[in-house]
Design a binder for this molecule. Sequence first.
Ligand SMILES: *Cc1c(COP(=O)(O)O)cnc(C)c1O
Length: 373
Amino acid sequence: MKDEKKINTTVFVTKPFLPPLEEYIPYLQKIWESNILTNNGPYHQQLEKELCAFLNVPYISLFANGTLALLTALQALKITGEVITTPFSFVATTHSLWWNNIKPVFVDIEPERMTLDPTKIEAAITPKTTAILPVHVYGYPCMVEEIDEIAKRRGLKVLYDAAHTFGANYKGKSLASYGDLSILSFHATKVFNTFEGGAIVCHTAEMKHHIDNLKNFGFRGETVIEEPGINAKMNEVQAAMGLLQLKYVPKLIEGRQSVVQQYKDALRSIEGISFLDDMDKVEYNYAYFPVFIDSNIYGRTRDEVYIKLKENNIFARRYFYPLISQFPVYQGLESAQAGKMPVAESIAEKVLCLPIYPDLEKENIARIVGILK
Ligand SMILES: *Cc1c(COP(=O)(O)O)cnc(C)c1O
């Protein structure tokens, strides 16, 4: 019998990429031979080098996950007081401020790219504001020039949550190279994964040294503590996964691009469903495929569509609904009050991220599109 490709009928919003196990085993054997499991081991060092080359960034410090990278980046920049940020992100963005005893100040997003609206930032600056924490949502660039101009003029730091941007470029540069610092996430669900993992991208050797100390309890040498640090180190098993996985990234992004193209071709004709257009000077990583459902035109609400897909074993996700500012822990903040961020509030009701991963089958894309039609 000819092998028949088995099509999975249950489709999740994403599927973590695993390279062939037999390619991973030799890396594990080396770890067993060397007995070096963590603490800036050989794979850790090699992955930092290879990522700098792949992303074309000057310095990278690897982390156990993206949230620890965020927490540590705020410490490294000595950010205190208030920070201007977006409500349209994954909760870790705001949690990292909270864990540093920093007050989040939410500012609305702009409707073209769903990122922090630079025209609304200045009104939110107070004498306590020390930084801006924007997010390149779905891997689409923030309005980096405008944000950086405001930050320079007002003496603020910029820390980008670049968790969605692995492999995405803007004006020929990695999106992770903008701002004072950028953080990446290598969580299982991201474009590039190390099971769990993350990184901080920085611009000077001094800053890299500072960050490397902070993620290792503040140790400098055996007996000297430079500052109060944390344990946020990436281990060798994770770093090995990264080295192996990195070889596949260009292919993975190509696969994602093909899925997006199929979706766009099929959905373009449906009234009431829209998606983000390609932008000038942007090379995407196709990390997510968000669609926006205008229920007045489409005739059904986003939640009706979400439920309908679920009934068919297709698990789309409402990223980002609720907004971070709508979670009970943050609701009490003045900037979180209903009506203050009309764009984000409206988008959160319309958005639905459709399943996307490099080998999502044509048959399943057709099924999803069929249900939407
Ligand atoms: C995934 C993600 C994070 C957190 O990264 P982890 O590696 O899961 O800790 C932070 N911000 C955004 C926008 C994310 O999507």
